[in-house]
Design a protein around this ligand. Sequence first.
Ligand SMILES: Cc1cc2nc3c(=O)[nH]c(=O)nc-3n(C[C@H](O)[C@H](O)[C@H](O)COP(=O)(O)OP(=O)(O)OC[C@H]3O[C@@H](n4cnc5c(N)ncnc54)[C@H](O)[C@@H]3O)c2cc1C
Length: 443
Amino acid sequence: KMTSGEWTGTMNLTEPQCGTDLGMVRTKAVPNGDGSYSITGQKIWISAGEHDFADNIIHTVLARVEGAVPGIKGLSLFVVPKFLVNEDGSLGERNTLECAGLEHKMGIHGNATAVMQYDGAKGWLIGEEGRGMNNMFVVMNEARLGTGLQGLAIGTAAYQAAVEFAKDRLQGRSLTGPKNPDGPADPIIVHPDVRRMLLEARAFVEGGQAFILWTALQADLEKSEDEAAATKAKDYMGLLTPVLKAYLTDKGFHAASLAMQVHGGSGYTEHFPASQYLRDARITMIYEGTNGIQALDLVGRKLPAAGGRAIMSWFGDIDAFVSENNGNEAVKPFIDGLADAKKKLQDGTMWLMQNGMANPDNAGAASTDYLNIFGLTALAYVWAQMAIAAQKQIDAGSTDPFYATKLQTGRYFVERILPDAAAHLVKLKTGADVLMAMPADAF
Ligand SMILES: Cc1cc2nc3c(=O)[nH]c(=O)nc-3n(C[C@H](O)[C@H](O)[C@H](O)COP(=O)(O)OP(=O)(O)OC[C@H]3O[C@@H](n4cnc5c(N)ncnc54)[C@H](O)[C@@H]3O)c2cc1C
């Protein structure tokens, strides 16, 4: 009933005293002796925690079985339905849980963010006791990919609204002479700075879409019967999930902000959709693990996993792709840009290996810049693939403007977005001292 959408589900991790640091969860579970547990505690900010769109809501709740060890290792995962379900599948009595309040939020007003109170509610263990976080991560890894997609999708809609506005709004004259001489002014799309904003958003959106599709391909390859291919795809999913979540949501919000700027004052009013996109995009950088935590996950867990096997495959694949396409003069800037970004990523990885172990604050200080170089390299990789495909069509005689536009958009990425990797590498290498030298009470 959940997969058909008849019932909906929630994830209950967060409590008032803990969001990132879930080892402090206090919600407790007491065995009832019949295989079920009594769940008691308060969860906050639970998305779609309460509503009447579906007949039942199935809550997954992270709780500590009475007497279990403190910290993450003492947590277990429970399924706790809003309505108990009878043997024949029909709905039974109301479980002892309730929505104690709804949050007033900046955005995503279509989703009720609920305070959930569990008072001895009946729940059933999912998997084994003490494996709650591992089991929750099955959902969370997928949710992180979904959140990355959400950031990208909002950025895409915002970009489309901005294009419409930029073609419509008449202000000023083109610096090179009127383009709409019969009108009172030219449409703002003639101005280079407006085009900068539109292309910045567009080059990200199209690169992000290709990156999502490439990642979806890896998710399929995980199920391959070829064991080596399946292992590599699994490694990539682990390595790239934090990159996809954080990079696409940071830049999705950036695209929404650019789209608002293109709208001028109209974007700040509610007459146009730009302000809603901006508000809705902002949460994607926070929930499902803040983007700062994604960066720490990348450098602390995903890079060193299995002796760095995933990152070595990533470098190997990019090297092979670059050598294979090195002679392709028509797309040379794309191949050179990718090779250069990969070199910077490798340089940053080496720096982390040399300095992160000696002082863990160095790894923490470098993590967000490192993730940005990773995101830029991933987009450079898919942009190079798109450029090759587009060029092939043009060489074969296609006059479909789609391909020429693809190359023009990609050119913006290579010339005006990809160079950011150099600045991120410089910042990454400054290490922790510049951040940690100031005493906390001096802030
Ligand atoms: C609209 C909305 C919907 C939500 N939906 C759900 C839901 O359905 N289910 C659910 O369980 N939760 C949900 N949440 C909670 C959300 O996942 C948390 O807000 C998020 O994980 C961050 O936790 P926090 O708010 O406690 O921030 P904190 O953990 O207090 O973090 C505050 C800041 O400190 C940083 N920080 C914290 N620890 C570290 C560290 N070790 N190193 C570096 N930086 C650190 C963070 O990156 C952040 O910038 C939702 C929240 C909102 C606002």
